[in-house]
Design a protein around this ligand. Structure first.
Ligand code: GLN
Length: 214
């Protein structure tokens, strides 16, 4: 059973740990470098990317995480976690840092503010069966993907029809991507009982054989 860490500085940690366990992994919280060294995969949860960026630096975890991602550690970022994985962040704070693990441009709060959170059924490439119930909470979307980034899901037309993004077309926006060992979703699969996205990620970790740091 692979050991997968959940970055536990801030955000939606407990739900991801429960979902990882449901998907057949051993889930551990990661707050320090020694804990990071012991994992074979990492989840960066939803929350607030500006705060997460700040706490990663305060806890001296930013560089260690970046190094492990550079070395191929499988990672799954949801919502704020997706923002943390991007190499370009729009509508971010000037001092906000991200890992640049996926060549993509992500726009923060793209679907609008907290009141504009929404749920919709989406199809996700690589996930079999019924459509996935995706929960979007002050979610980002992906505006550009670079070479080697596979688009796994887009918002269906008409699913998010309010918010600051209203007036701009929201249907068709990219909300799930994969690039090598990196997976990112705009939505929060950890808040629904459906564990298929976490199972997909556990499968990536099993396949990658990255192993813990000796
Ligand atoms: N809007 C948040 C951010 O910019 C993300 C919201 C979330 O993770 N639910 O970090």
């Amino acid at each position: 059973m692979p050991t997968i860490g959940v970055l536990a500085l801030q955000g939606d940690v407990v739900d991801h740990m429960r979902a990882l366990e449901a998907a057949g992994a051993r889930a551990v919280p990661v707050r320090r470098e020694s804990e990071l060294d012991a994992v074979e995969g990492l989840v960066i949860p939803g929350g607030e990317s500006t705060t997460m960026s700040k706490l990663l630096q305060i806890f001296d975890l930013f560089e260690p995480v970046r190094k492990r991602l550079d070395a191929g550690l499988p990672v799954f970022g949801s919502c704020a976690g997706m923002i943390m994985l991007a190499d370009e962040v729009l509508d971010g704070r000037a001092d906000q840092r991200s890992f640049g693990a996926i060549p993509m441009t992500v726009r923060r709060n793209a679907f609008g503010r907290q009141v504009d959170s929404f749920e919709t059924e989406i199809g996700i490439d690589g996930i079999e069966g019924e459509p996935f119930r995706a929960v979007f909470i002050r979610a980002p979307w992906v505006e550009r993907v670079g070479a080697g980034v596979q688009v796994l899901a887009r918002v269906p037309a008409g699913a998010a029809d309010s918010g600051a993004g209203a007036g701009e077309e929201q249907g068709g926006r990219i909300v799930a991507v994969r690039a090598g060992a990196c997976l990112a979703t705009s939505f929060h699969p950890e808040v629904t009982p459906d564990a298929r996205v976490h199972e997909y990620f556990v499968g990536m970790v099993r396949g990658a054989d990255a192993g813990p740091v000796e």
